[in-house]
Design a protein around this ligand. Structure first.
Ligand SMILES: [Zn+2]
Length: 133
């Protein structure tokens, strides 16, 4: 490859331009949603705690007719309805593989059957407070 003096080339019209189309093309080749970063210890501990909490919530709330947990998804700006076992599977996969499954559209969920993570936490705290006397 012949050496070409850099200053003999025409100036890059997009030099320093954050909207350089070449950068956009690179972004297409490397979609952000396939980034896989290993979990750090803190995330791992948090997931294990979530799994433990989830088991408690399911034990307390499933007998009351609740089917799972609804999560406000910051990526889709939608609410995702997760059945207990699906949420557990997702958390376990995140723990083992380092990423969640693709966002699945809700399958005709009945919103009345799902409560937020915060609701579960509050409910559990109340039950434990009652039992603890
Ligand atoms: Zn989503």
């Amino acid at each position: 490859m012949p050496a070409v003096a850099h200053d003999s080339l025409p100036p890059d019209p997009f030099a320093g331009d954050p909207e350089d189309p070449a950068l956009a093309l690179e972004a297409l080749d490397d979609p952000a949603d396939v980034i896989e970063e290993p979990l750090d210890d803190e995330e791992r501990v948090g997931l294990l705690a979530d799994l433990k909490d989830l088991a408690v919530y399911q034990a307390l709330l499933a007998p009351r007719g609740l089917r799972g947990i609804v999560v406000d998804c910051p990526d889709c700006a939608e609410q995702h309805y997760h059945d207990w076992h699906l949420l557990r599977a997702s958390l376990q996969q995140l723990l083992e593989v380092g990423r969640m499954r693709a966002h699945e559209p809700a399958y005709d969920p009945d919103p009345a059957g799902y409560v937020s993570w915060e609701y579960c936490r509050g409910y559990t705290d109340a039950v434990l407070a009652d039992n603890g006397g």
